[in-house]
Design a protein around this ligand. Structure first.
Ligand code: HEM
Length: 453
């Protein structure tokens, strides 16, 4: 037995680093394997998707914070409820379906550029407002946000923060699942989590019911919640499942999109020659008399390539989301036991290109949206948002390096980042944002005046 244990251990895939004294004790409880090469991650998480598309059990984040119903799409295990929820989300965000949200994204892009030009110092807040406003409008037909101080958005941010903390799996209940049965009067952590679960349900329900009421009084306006309500028979989703599904889009879409946009801005400042080439493309295709639109996308390959490259270069989720093996697997002579957690080191996979060319299946040229059956459902929406935001910013503005008192350029540090737990954004840096040409400002004003809420 000992020799079997030794021999199979020798053939296990790479695991996270061992700690002094306790070694891999915590990891062996939930058995985590780390894939850092793109072809390994692809083989296990993409090609064997049927046996690796589960999620490890997250007691606090998925069960207790969801009032015992385990209905958080990104963190729930694959099963019947996940399949129904996933289908509804996937169909709502296909390449064609997201076109119904283009007017929202176009409007947000215009507000973003205007804000960057009038108040360049508030760059990060403008980007965050834009991403929050877009995902709230798309999820709930919520009115355009005028600042980051909206009550509903602050509520959502609080909920996202709880889930992120709970997902870190530091609570003892993750290691000793029997603790879930401790009555709440003896467990402060459980009382607090259940209180948050109730508060979160209330936030999601309030937003969802608003859409329901509007459907009757105002009629159908495009939103993810409205799609779920209209097609609830098709997806066989209960009221509770629809409410939770709609509520999770903010957490999944806000931070990821805003982080990517922040890295894109930094890239434009750090690599001015790339910015110039994209602006030359915009000049040739769009000219200076109007703003770029989605109709221009096919003729702006360089603008789109920059988005793909930034997503590869600085992936929003460096370690993606963990998958779990549904059955025992052998891979490349290594044994992956049933229930093991498989983590793809997306950052490393994306930077491994010099040695390992991307597989045919991955036309995107990066793995920042994840793998197999769990691949990001919002990827078309994310790509379309980033296209219109970046095309409009580049059309109207120049993003340049800040200078010191001697006039010397102070380029941003392209590697330093702020670790936000699940995502990581650039370290704050200064940059100069100026209009590219004078008429850009008046065209932006005209465009803003043409929007009705
Ligand atoms: C640049 C932006 C984005 C990036 C980089 C990103 C990345 C990811 C990644 C890496 C995963 C995990 C995939 C896996 O398990 O292998 C994921 C899952 C997910 N994403 Fe995104 N995402 C982005 C935007 C969005 C948006 C805008 C939405 C919402 C409309 C969204 C909704 C989701 C959902 C619901 C899941 C869970 C899917 C499941 O577990 O079945 N994402 N995303």
């Amino acid at each position: 037995m000992v020799s079997y244990a030794r021999s199979s251990r020798q053939r296990l895939p790479p695991q996270p680093r061992r700690l002094p004294i306790i070694g891999n004790w915590f990891q062996t409880i939930d058995r985590r394997w780390l894939f850092s090469r793109e072809y390994d991650a692809f083989d296990v998480l993409e090609d064997r998707a049927s046996s690796s598309s589960g999620r490890p059990r997250l007691i606090l984040a998925n069960e207790i914070l969801y009032g015992g119903f385990a209905t958080s799409l990104p963190v729930m295990d694959h099963g019947e409820v996940w399949r129904r929820m996933r289908r509804a989300a996937q169909e709502a965000f296909t390449k064609v379906a997201v076109q119904r949200y283009h007017p929202i994204l176009t409007k947000e892009a215009t507000i973003l550029v205007s804000a960057l030009l009038t108040n360049p110092e508030g760059r990060e807040q403008h980007i965050q407002r834009t991403a929050a406003s877009a995902i709230m409008s798309i999820s709930y037909d919520y009115p355009t946000l005028t600042s980051g101080h909206d009550k509903a958005v602050q509520d959502m941010d609080r909920h996202v923060h709880w889930v992120a903390r709970a997902s870190a799996r530091t609570s003892p209940v993750e290691f000793f699942p029997w603790m879930i049965h401790i009555p709440k009067r003896f467990a402060k952590w459980k009382r607090e989590s259940l209180k948050r679960a109730a508060e979160r349900s209330e936030i999601f329900l309030r937003l969802f019911n608003r859409v329901k009421t509007d459907l009757v009084s105002v009629g159908v306006r495009p939103s993810f919640s409205a799609t779920l309500i209209e097609h609830h028979d098709r997806y066989r989703l209960s009221e509770r499942e629809m409410v939770f599904l709609a509520g999770q889009m903010y957490g999944a879409g806000f931070d990821t999109t805003s982080t990517t946009l922040m890295w894109w801005t930094l890239a434009m400042v750090a690599f001015p020659e790339v910015q110039c080439r994209a602006q030359a493309e915009l000049g040739a295709v769009v000219g200076r008399a109007r703003l770029p639109t989605f109709a221009d996308a096919p003729r702006l390959p360089y603008v789109r390539a920059i988005i793909r490259e930034v997503s590869r270069w600085r992936p929003a989720l460096r370690l993606g989301l963990p998958h779990a093996a549904a059955e025992d697997e052998w891979y490349d002579g290594m044994f992956i036991p049933k229930g093991a957690t498989c983590i793809a080191n997306i950052w490393h996979c994306n930077h491994d290109r010099a040695v390992f060319s991307p597989k045919e299946t991955n036309k995107e040229g990066h793995v920042s949206f994840g793998f197999g059956r769990r691949i990001c459902v919002g990827k078309n929406l994310a790509n379309d948002s980033l296209f219109i935001y970046t095309a409009r910013v580049l059309w109207a503005a120049n993003l340049g390096c800040a200078r010191d008192e001697n006039g010397k350029e102070r380029p941003p540090d392209t590697s330093a980042f702020v670790d936000g737990g699940i995502t990581s954004r650039p370290l704050p840096y200064d940059c100069i944002i100026t209009p590219r040409f004078q008429e850009a400002l008046s065209i932006l004003v005209e465009e803003r005046e043409s929007f009705q809420d």
